[in-house]
Structures are given as C-alpha cells and as structure tokens.
Design a protein. Structure first.
Lengths: 363, 340
C-alpha cells in the first residue's frame, strides 16, 4: 500500500496540473459564459394558440397520472379522484408510475406516455429539472403537461395545480404550532426527502414566518428528513427527542412523517408534552387526535386536488385554456378557477382538522 | 470448457445452442420481434432511441463489470462512484468551473476511487464483495458531502444535447455510440488477447494463474480502476442526460449492472462468460422493461419478470451442466436396456 503512495501523489499532482492548464486556457464552458450567451435551456414553449373558452370538452381524452411513486396512499387518493373525474367528461384516465420516488425513474414513464400519444400527462415531479427534457418533448408533440402536488420547472409544463399556496401552508403551520405550545420553546421540522420541491418551498415560508417578532421565542433547532419512509421518519422523531430534550413541538408537513411522529410520541413519555402538527390525512391521524397526542393538523382535500387537476388537463387538451395568466375555466363541481402567475392554479386555503370535525372525513 | 468442443460438428452446435449466452441472444430476438409485431409504439424510432439511451450508463459500466466478474471479483461501488461524479459535476459547475475542466477531474477522482477499491482487495487480500459494500456507502456519503441535498441544474445545452441526441441519421444516441465503440474494444481485449485470457485464468484458478506468471494483483488493480473510471464518466453522462446533478443519482444502479452481467451468462465464480452474452443481457433487460411499460404492465410485475429471468439465468447453466454430466456417465456403459 505504501509503495504506491508515491504513485497516488504523482497522480494527484497530474490532476492539479491538468486542471490548472485547462482553466488557464480560459476558453472553457462555465456557468458565467453560458449565462452570457443567454442561458443554456431555451424555452421551446408551444405556440401560444388562443384559448376558446366556449370550446366543448372533447370526448375520449386520454389522460395519464404520473405520481411521485405508486402505492403511496396520499398519491393514490389524488389520482383515483382524478381518474373518477375523467368519467364526468367522458375521458379515459389511468395512473402509471415507478415504485421508488426517484427522479430518473419518472423519465422512462414520460417516454412511454409520449409513445402512447396521451392527450395530457399529469405529473407530481420528483425532481423539477430531471423530468424537464422529456416533458418538453411531450409538449412539442402537442401533449399537454399539468404538474400537480410537486411542480416541474416552469417552462416544462403548461399548468401547475398547487394544493394551496405554499406561503399559506408554510405560515399557517407555524401559527398552528405556536398556538399549541404557547408561542415559546424549541421546535423542529420533520420533512420528506431533502429534494422535494413542495416541502422545501413550505419550509422556506416557515422559516420566514419564524423571523417575525411574534415568534421570537420559538427556536427552530433542526430540519430532519424522514424520506417519506415510515420507519425512517419514526427513527428521526426518536432522534430529535433524544438530541433536543427541551423540544416543545414538531411540524411535519408530510402525511408519512406526521403519522410516524405521532405514533412514536403517543407511545412514549413525551405524549402530551411535545406537540405534533403538520399535514396529514384524517384516517391516518384519527387515532392520535382521539388520544390527545395531536390537537390539530391541516391538509387540503386530496380528492379535490385530483379532481381539479383532471379537469384542468381536459380544459387544456380541449383548447378551452392555454395556460396563460388570467384565463378562467370551470372544474365540474368545484366551480370556477383562474390561472395565476406562471401558470399556477391554487386549489384553496388549507383545511384544519381537529377532534370536532375529524369524523366527518374518510380518506 | 473449451476441450469439450471436440465432440464433432453436431455435438458442437448442440452444445453451443445450450450455452446460456446464446439462449439470451435468442430470447432477445424473440422479445424484439414480439415487440415489433405486438406493440405499435415499440418499433417507433423515438422509442428505440429512448430505450437504448436509457440503458447507456448501465451498458457502459457492464463492460467493465464483465471483466471484473470474469476475474472472479465484483464491484458494488460503481453506482456510488457515479453519484459522486454527478455531485462533483454539480458542485464545480455551480462554483463556476468549466465543463472541460470538470470532466477530466471527475474521471481522475473515479480512478482514485478505483485505486482504493483495488488496493484494499489486492494488497490486503480482502474479498471484493466486502470491500466494495464498504466503499459503496463511503463514496455515496462523499457524494452527499460534496453536494448535500441540493440538485444543480442548468448545464450548457451543447453538453446535454450530446447526452440525449442521436448520432445524425440514426436512432442511436451518442452515449450508446460510445458504448458500441468501447464494447468492440472490450470484446477484442477479452476474447482475442493474452490479457483477456489471463482474466479467464485468474477467474478459473487464481493460484494456477499466479504460477503461470500472470501478475494477478496488478491485473485486478487495473480492472478496479477501469471500472471506477467508467462509472465516473457514466456519472457525467447521467448528469447531462437528466440535466440534474444530485448526490443520489443512480442509486441502486449497481444491481442493474450486475443483473445484466449475470443474465448474460457470466459465472459469478469467475472464469466463464462472453461479452456478447452480457450485451444481449443488457439489451434484454432494457427492451423487455420498455415493452412491459408500453403495455401498462405495473412496476411490481416488471420487477417480478426481471427477477425470474435472473433466477432462471443462474439456475439454467447449472441444470444444463448436471444433465450433461448425467448423460455422459451412462455413455460408458451404453447397454440398450430392454423396454417394457
């Protein structure tokens, strides 16, 4: 091993020289030189055909939902509602997707959907940029792309159906937790994966909200990542409580995280002492709300999200809307929606669940 | 196994047909023909181009992995080297470095990773399975140190185009073209040179190879370095192809690579296998998956199908060998037994 250390050293020296030489040339392709040329990724964007608000919804539209991963209970609820909604406008909808929530695995599915000549692809992006190339290709072939739940880069989709404004979600969660713990003490966030676009947007707004004077006594000690894996989220919760014995509350803006955190706390000595809130589904959280571990948590109605996404894809594919700001359309029983800035449509404010109302919901 | 082939023309061709790598090739032809006739989208140029491109990194790494497995070693850290390479590309690009500088640097880092694997295996005599399980975690960890949880995007178009676009006039993406060229070189090295033969010798009987004057340790070291260099370069391609540099890029890819190598009929104990079989194995896994996806077959069924194929690929050669053994034993006393 030691005889070759000299060889290693000379190899290292070679690297140094090589990179020095290359950068000395100065003709390389760097971030700055590309930016000066006007950016690497040119927007292809489909030609802005004009919208015809009175165009009928076409019959037999082929719509495909591509969730972050299949067999994720939350995504299943969303997609199922979207598929059912397609029945209302006589479309054919389906759900396909990878079994792991990785960025690359969604790409193969996009290719498949392009080949199958779907009228619209609805995607909850695992990585805003990794799915971008294939989505652009889909759009160039006349396929409408609607992102829902987790956005793709703006120039790679026609619309983004936002479950609630990121700002509203982020800020309201801080308020909810602060009210529960009397506005004082150490708090932590238990998120999903570190790259999830939606999670990070919410966490940014939480941090911003915490900067306000009324929350000066709240101290965010850690953002932990449970990777939307039940066991890992459970262990991360355990770890948080051991590392920060004075912890007063946890915000978990993910359905997997909040139920794992509640399960751990409800079976530990921290029950009733550490508050848990965040985003969860009523069926997963019912037990913990009833046994007093959790006072309240929030969520939008995932069925409405799938329903709205499905209808907006149909409206796009039928030419009723093009995705431009200010266009309006009707999404079945949910009524009228207006497209906001950057092609974003917001479902509505988050809904708070507590012991009084939780039994009215079953999902 | 080579001396066996002296059993006459008929026996020879029969035996050749019974060879697993040839069977995989035949199976590949069946899947391809089945796809062309059974699915309207499969034969589409865009689809084939995508399906091939999607295999690019796996195929490239499989070449180097074949050499290792033939020499009775394995490298489980390749996907982590790919991830580390991707993370480095992202970090350095974000810091304003030029792509032309980043690529050679990343390849050298790959070589260092391979050197660590190779030295631990050859100098300390540790089993490569154990060593590379360790470095698999180590290199992936380093990838997270380099890039953290970030995802870097916005790479220059001329490079991302190279990773995605087809060679003009064909449906073969540039990375696959690179694979074709490297496969030709690897095929010649493995099957037509003394170096290639020494790999088989090492895999079959390492002591005999040593006493025959083969520099076993040096050769193994070279193989580990080559595997990591290829994996690092594959990391660059992967990053440009998806346009997103992340530390978790390609996680689990080592299993796809090893699956393809084993499916291609390379003996995990070393000493046996052909590169043609491995190439057929890579294509079979990729095209079959593509075909299943086009027909909306669920992910669970896809993974069951690939899993079964793999199990069969490991069992069949042993079964064939056992049958052959049994058939050979009674030939010594070929008394036609009276029937009924």
């Amino acid at each position: 091993m030691f005889t070759s250390s000299r060889r290693v050293a000379s190899a290292a020296a070679l690297v140094g020289l090589l990179s020095l030489g290359l950068s000395a040339c100065g003709g390389g392709t760097t971030k700055d030189s590309t930016a000066a040329q006007g950016g690497g990724g040119q927007t292809t964007g489909s030609a802005p055909a004009s919208a015809d608000p009175n165009a009928p919804i076409k019959e037999g539209l082929k719509i495909a939902f591509l969730p972050k991963q299949i067999n994720n209970p939350y995504e299943t609820i969303v997609d199922k509602a979207g598929i059912e909604a397609a029945g209302e406008y006589k479309g054919e909808a389906k759900e396909v997707g990878p079994s792991d929530a990785s960025a690359s695995s969604q790409v193969s599915y996009i290719n498949t959907l392009i080949q199958q000549k779907q009228d619209a692809i609805l995607i909850a992006a695992n990585d805003a940029n990794a799915v971008c190339g294939p989505l652009k290709q889909a759009m160039s072939k006349g396929i409408k792309v609607v992102a829902y739940d987790s956005d793709a880069a703006k120039d790679c989709r026609n619309l983004f159906i936002n479950q609630a404004s990121s700002e509203e979600i982020g800020r309201s969660q801080v308020k909810m937790l602060s009210d529960q713990i009397g506005g004082k003490g150490e708090i932590a966030i238990l998120s999903a994966t570190a790259n999830a676009t939606n999670q990070n947007a919410w966490i940014e707004f939480m941090k911003d909200e915490l900067g306000k004077p009324e929350y000066k006594d709240l101290k965010l000690v850690k953002v932990a990542y449970g990777d939307d894996d039940d066991q890992k989220s459970f262990q991360e919760t355990q770890g948080l409580l051991q590392a920060y014995p004075d912890l007063k509350g946890i915000i978990s803006p993910t359905t997997v995280g909040i139920s794992a955190a509640s399960r751990y706390i409800s079976g530990s000595k921290y029950k009733g002492k550490v508050a848990v809130t965040g985003l969860g589904t009523p069926n997963q959280m019912r037990e913990y709300v009833k046994n007093g571990t959790v006072k309240e948590f929030a969520l939008w109605n995932p069925k409405d999200l799938g329903y709205l996404a499905s209808f907006s894809a149909a409206a796009l594919a039928s030419g009723r809307i093009t995705g431009a700001e200010g266009e309006k359309f009707t999404a079945g029983k949910l009524g009228e929606f207006t497209i906001g800035k950057d092609g974003e449509i917001i479902l509505g404010p988050p809904f708070t669940f507590n012991a009084e109302n939780i039994d009215e919901f079953d999902f | 196994m080579a001396p066996d082939v002296t059993t006459g023309a008929l026996g020879g061709s029969l035996q050749r047909f019974l060879r697993w790598d040839v069977l995989v090739g035949v199976l590949l032809v069946f899947v391809f023909a089945g796809g062309l006739t059974g699915s309207p989208q499969f034969g589409n140029i865009d689809n084939l181009s995508f399906a091939l491109g999607d295999l690019g990194e796996i195929a490239l790494i499989a070449l180097a992995m074949t050499l290792l497995v033939v020499a009775a070693e394995v490298d489980l850290s390749v996907a982590s080297v790919l991830g580390l390479s991707s993370a480095l590309v992202g970090n350095l690009w974000d810091a304003g470095w030029a792509i032309e500088t980043i690529i050679p640097l990343v390849v050298v880092v790959g070589a260092l990773c391979g050197l660590v694997n190779g030295l631990l295996v050859t100098r300390l005599g540790l089993p490569s399975l154990a060593v590379t399980i360790g470095t698999m975690a180590l290199y992936r960890g380093l990838a997270y140190v380099v890039l953290g949880d970030r995802a870097v995007a916005g790479f220059p178009q001329q490079f991302t185009d190279l990773a995605v676009n087809d060679v003009p006039g064909t449906f073969i993406p540039y990375p696959v073209m690179l694979f074709v060229a490297l496969a030709a070189v690897t095929g010649v090295v493995l099957h037509a040179t003394g170096f290639g033969r020494s790999l088989f010798a090492i895999g079959a009987q390492v002591e005999a190879a040593h006493f025959a004057g083969i520099r076993v340790k040096r050769i193994k070291l070279i193989l580990f370095v080559v595997a990591s260099v290829v994996a690092a370069f594959a990391g660059v391609i992967y990053t440009f192809r998806y346009g997103s540099a992340r530390a978790d890029n390609g996680s689990g890819l080592e299993m796809a690579v090893i699956a393809a190598v084993l499916l291609g009929g390379v003996d995990f104990d070393g000493g046996k296998g052909t590169l043609g079989g491995v190439i057929a194995g890579v294509l079979l896994i990729g095209l079959l998956r593509n075909l299943l996806m086009l027909n909306d077959v669920s992910t669970e069924i896809q993974s069951i199908v690939t899993g079964l194929l793999l199990v069969i690929s490991v069992i069949t050669p042993r079964l064939v060998a056992a049958v052959r053994q049994r058939r050979r034993t009674p030939t010594l006393t070929t008394q036609p037994t009276p029937e009924g």
